[in-house]
Design a protein around this ligand. Structure first.
Ligand code: B1M
Length: 210
């Protein structure tokens, strides 16, 4: 549909004013936030990824596309997270050490909030020790690790190994996700679960904490 193409184009062009305006207009028209995300924002970011891979886009273009994506996500965030009271407990999320990609992780956080969890977001490039420290401080039973690079996903194993070696954290569940991952990789590092996308992360959290 034309309105989604316009939104996708604003991401590709890195126009954060336009992406925000279009997202706000769509929200005002009553378009569901998930539709805005799946039919406008994600296809836009997909094109950016393809252009980046083909060397048609370089880091600055990708950064401004990410800024435009964040601007539109700020508009839909309250709708994605609107289920109200947090009753299901706390979840810590973060992108592992050395990895600056945070868009997918932010989406996972929004969806978890929408699913009724209190989310403690440690951000990107998070050292393993920081996850452990925050788990202990907050008495958290589930964490979500994100990685977008084949070179950083091994950092998930570092976190899991530290948690499993400490009797205070051995029972903490770990779910993992990010574009280069799959179930097989998650199994190989002893993660408790893998979710391919943000809504899958909510189902997985429910399952792991049930
Ligand atoms: Co980067 N980058 N990047 N980048 N970047 C990728 C990941 C890449 C695939 C591009 C490409 O070559 N086609 C490639 C990785 C190749 C590889 O490792 N095999 C790549 C590279 C190489 C790099 C640099 C090394 C480039 C360089 O410097 N030469 C560099 C690394 C920097 C670093 O992290 N140390 C780099 C830098 C950057 C920017 C900073 C410019 C920017 C990030 C900005 C930001 O995040 N604030 C950026 C971007 C934007 C991308 C692409 C274009 C888009 C990523 C994205 O946001 N997608 C990406 C190409 C691509 O993926 N198409 C690329 C949208 C997002 C919603 O999807 O994050 O996959 P995603 O999240 C999904 C699922 O994966 C899942 O749910 C989300 C929504 O459904 N999910 C989870 C994610 N985390 C989850 C956790 C869960 C469950 C599900 O449970 C806990």
């Amino acid at each position: 549909m034309a309105k989604y193409q316009e939104l996708a184009d604003s991401i590709i062009k890195g126009d954060n004013v336009k992406s925000k305006d279009i997202a706000r207009k769509l929200v005002d028209e009553g378009v569901p936030a998930v539709e805005i995300l799946n039919d406008g924002l994600m296809p836009g970011m997909d094109v950016v990824g393809k252009k980046f891979k083909a060397n048609e886009f370089y880091i600055p273009e990708v950064l401004i596309a990410a800024r435009a994506m964040h601007a539109a996500m700020d508009i839909i965030k309250p709708l994605l997270s609107e289920s109200g009271t947090d009753t299901k407990g706390k979840v810590i999320i973060g992108t592992v050490r050395g990895d600056l990609h945070d868009i997918g992780k932010n989406l996972v956080g929004m969806m978890l909030e929408g699913g009724g969890y209190t989310v403690i977001d440690l951000g990107a490039d998070v050292p393993a020790e920081k996850f452990v420290e925050e788990i202990k401080k907050n008495g958290v039973k589930l964490i979500g690790l994100s990685a977008l690079l084949t070179t950083t996903m091994i950092g998930m194993k570092t976190v899991i190994d530290i948690l499993k070696a400490d009797k205070e954290t051995v029972d903490v569940k770990v779910m993992v996700g990010g574009a280069p991952l799959n179930q097989e990789y998650a199994d190989s590092i002893d993660a408790d679960g893998y979710a391919p996308d943000a809504s899958g992360a909510v189902d997985l959290a429910n399952e792991l904490l049930s």
